[in-house]
Design a protein around this ligand. Structure first.
Ligand code: BDR
Ligand code: CA
Length: 342
């Protein structure tokens, strides 16, 4: 089994990432660590605990991490985004919930609306902070460990800064974040990398090999109603839970982004970063290149600037940018994994 740590902010697609990781039976999940992003740290942590308990993964330790980004507060990051949005699209009226960093317009007020987990959950977060947990796992491991990151990179940024001696124990970082060509809101902008631009820059400059599953690939490998039906038809409780949550996410995501005209299809961003670790042959198009993280400025704060033309010859090709995956096999792997959970 491949030893991994999953750093996440559940989040519907983070939930799918956890189900895939656990149900695949190919990963040795040494810890799940949480970060704020799709919602507050309190809620993302509770969501992670709820998912793991529900699918039967009680043995996996969960450690709670940071609420705010490394340097700026969520409020400051959001203020700069709103100012640029106003200039980009002056006619637009922004719904109140979108003015908060929590992603509530898509993930709901809990960060994972659309399914009611049992009120009592015996599974609790362990006493360690996320960063301490990551350091402990790395220190105690005989083999190198792969970090899978599906939220803002705050915890990883601190890990790089606080424990540089442990970086050689990281096999690579497989992350959902960034975008090279696909434009969702503004060029080069994706939620996770934008929420904590400073942490992203630190991680991308750490020298640890990075595989970036950004919008370029996540908006290519979409699920549809057939996927939801197959999940429900599994007949186990995980299949039902996943079917409910993916349906909720699809409805809200597509309502918020009507111009994408996705019909009954929607992305499952975070699951891509797990799938690529379980089975690298799922990736059908990826390119190594230099990726620089821009800090500040009016329109490109937190941008993943990708040198896809290879112009910056002397700079390290620090990132493998993924552009496409085998959709059919990816979706099959999600359904199989859910079928192996409770
Ligand atoms: C990313 O942001 C969050 O909404 C999702 O969980 C995913 O990690 C997509 O931009
Ligand atoms: Ca996420």
């Amino acid at each position: 089994k491949i030893p991994v740590i999953i750093d996440c902010d559940p989040g519907h697609d983070d939930m799918m990432a956890l189900v895939l990781a656990y149900g695949s039976q190919k990963l040795d999940i040494r810890a799940v660590t949480t970060v704020a992003g799709n919602n507050t740290i309190r809620n993302t942590t509770q969501n992670a605990l709820n998912v793991l308990h529900y699918i039967g993964a009680d043995e996996i330790p969960v450690a709670m991490g940071y609420q705010d980004p490394m340097v700026r507060s969520h409020a400051q990051v959001m203020e700069s985004f709103m100012a640029s949005r106003k200039k980009m699209r002056p006619q637009e009226t922004v719904p109140a919930e979108e003015k908060k960093i929590t992603g509530a317009s898509v993930h709901g007020v809990s960060g994972m609306d659309g399914f009611t987990f049992p009120a009592e959950n015996p599974k609790k977060a362990c006493g360690l902070h996320s960063v301490e947990m990551m350091a402990k796992v790395l220190r105690e491991s005989d083999e190198k460990v792969t970090l899978i990151a599906t939220g803002p990179l705050t915890n990883l940024g601190f890990l790089v800064r606080l424990y540089p001696e442990l970086l050689e124990k990281i096999e690579r970082i497989s992350l959902m974040g960034g975008t090279s060509e696909f434009v969702l809101s503004r060029p080069f902008m994706e939620f996770n990398t934008f929420v904590d631009a400073e942490a992203t820059k630190i991680v991308f400059e750490s020298g640890v090999p990075i595989t970036m599953f950004g919008y370029d690939v996540t908006y290519r490998v979409l699920f549809d109603q057939d996927t939801v039906d197959r999940l429900r038809a599994l007949g186990n409780r995980t299949g039902g839970m996943v079917a409910d949550l993916l349906s909720y996410f699809r409805e809200n995501h597509n309502k918020a982004l009507t111009r994408l005209e996705l019909g009954d299809r929607a992305p499952i961003h975070d699951a891509c970063a797990v799938a690529g670790v379980i089975d690298p042959t799922l990736v059908t198009d990826s390119r190594r290149m230099h990726v620089d993280i821009n800090i500040g400025g009016e329109f490109f704060d937190g941008a993943t600037v990708c040198d896809y033309a290879g112009a910056l010859e002397a700079l390290p090709q620090n990132v493998e940018v993924v552009y496409d995956m085998d959709t059919g096999r990816f979706l099959d792997s999600l359904i199989e994994a859910a079928g192996r959970c409770l």
